[in-house]
Write a protein that binds this ligand. Structure first.
Ligand SMILES: *Cc1c(COP(=O)(O)O)cnc(C)c1O
Length: 395
């Protein structure tokens, strides 16, 4: 069997996305800034894609800025709000410790530039508490940035409640919605969101393209200087095929969302039930406030990396929370922030199902994980000590 269960890392491009891109590479390849026909046709395709992307999230076309992906959108959103804040003498930003590195590292850079950052603690399920946000807002707070849904543990944050608090205090609210767009219903017309980031390759579009929603009136700072593309806020010849592919993928994702969400939620819960039968295993993230396809577990007494490699041998592509930074395996900052001890966080596994997953595949994953965990524990010194009572079980 070949099972791709790492859809939070990236997704396969949809046929609709590829079909939308090919004519813009082979025929209508003109530069949208050129005045002759083939350029103007590309320009039409670009603006058509902008209208369609905007409609998918309840925005106006002029509120959509195309970027090279989620990371760039996060950087630009945060840098823009910080620049506006600085001008007004407000240099305090509020976020949380389970954000994506595109957000965390941008905040770290701003800290070096003199901004003060408050990281709100998250609950063991990974939830940000709106009351804690309200208590943390100060007269000099210029931005709150909290992700829509977490890419590792799948927890969906209380975005409406958080945004309403920001509105009430006149503070800009950004959300990294890269895992949510195309997977959860989002209407910025009714949600109190000022800035929102998205990435095409997380919803079956191409890699290297995304968008930033900036509510009318929120002035953006450009990260890339050059030509006047994207109303002067993002220089560089537009990735027209990629943008058109993103629009097609997003429309398809939004149209299929109710059916996909129902199917994926059922498969997700089947997978969670199956893995919960493994001894000394625990689900990470909220059991219900959770992305439809996301399953994340910690297994005591094993290394996530070994688990991944043995699952790969069985044809299963999955992910572990550990990130290889400078040659060393660091446990996931998200798992540590929700209170998992260092050792336990090392034994994590993330499985993110795609819309085409089946019950048979889920059952094969459950059986494979159970076998591989038992096998790895068989020669794990950590497991031996746990079983001998030398160290206490943590899960
Ligand atoms: C994937 C991801 C990003 C980065 O998006 P890219 O398009 O790969 O730059 C940012 N935030 C979250 C939550 C993600 O899952």
């Amino acid at each position: 069997m070949n099972i791709y269960a790492d859809n939070a890392a990236t997704t396969r491009m949809s046929r609709a996305a590829i079909d939308a891109m090919l004519p813009l590479m082979e025929e209508t390849f003109g530069n949208p800034s050129s005045l002759y026909t083939i350029g103007q046709r590309a320009k039409t395709a670009l603006e058509d894609a902008r209208e369609r992307v905007a409609a998918c999230i309840g925005a106006q076309p002029w509120e959509i800025l195309f970027t090279s992906g989620g990371s760039e959108a996060d950087n630009q959103a945060i840098r823009s709000a910080a620049a506006l804040g600085k001008k007004a003498g407000k240099c305090h930003i509020i976020s949380d410790p389970i954000e994506h590195h595109a957000v965390l590292h941008t905040l770290q850079a701003l800290e070096k530039e003199g901004f003060e950052i408050t990281f709100l603690p998250v609950s063991p399920a990974g939830l940000v508490d709106p009351a804690a946000l309200e208590a943390a807002i100060r007269p000099d707070t210029c931005l709150v940035t909290v992700m829509y849904a977490n890419n590792e543990i799948g927890t969906i944050e209380p975005i409406r409640a958080l945004g309403e608090i920001c509105r009430a205090h006149g503070v800009l609210f950004h959300t990294d919605a890269v895992q949510a767009v195309g997977h959860l219903p989002i209407d910025v017309g009714t949600l109190p969101i000022d800035l929102l980031s998205a990435s095409a390759h997380k919803f079956h579009g191409p890699k290297g393209v995304g968008f930033l929603y900036a509510k009318k009136g929120v002035r953006l700072t450009n990260l890339i200087e050059g030509g006047a593309q994207e109303r002067g806020k993002r220089a560089g010849t537009e990735n027209v095929p990629g943008i058109a592919g993103m629009a097609a993928a997003l429309e398809e994702a939004v149209a299929g969302m109710p059916a996909h969400a129902a199917k994926l939620t059922a498969l997700r819960d089947r997978l969670i039930r199956g893995l919960q039968a493994i001894p000394h295993a625990a689900l990470n993230g909220d059991p219900t406030q959770r992305l439809p396809g996301n399953v994340n577990f910690c297994f005591e007494g094993i290394e996530g990396e070994s688990l991944l490699l043995l699952l790969d041998d069985r044809g299963i592509s999955a992910s572990s929370g550990s990130a290889c930074t400078s040659g060393a395996l660091d446990p996931s900052h998200v798992l540590l922030a929700i209170g998992r001890p260092h050792d336990v966080a090392h034994g994590s596994l993330r499985l993110t199902l795609g819309e085409n997953a089946t019950e048979e595949e889920v059952d094969f994953i459950i059986q494979s994980v159970a076998e591989v965990v038992t096998y790895l524990r068989g020669f794990s010194p950590v497991w031996r000590d746990l079983c001998a009572g030398k160290t206490p079980f943590l899960l």
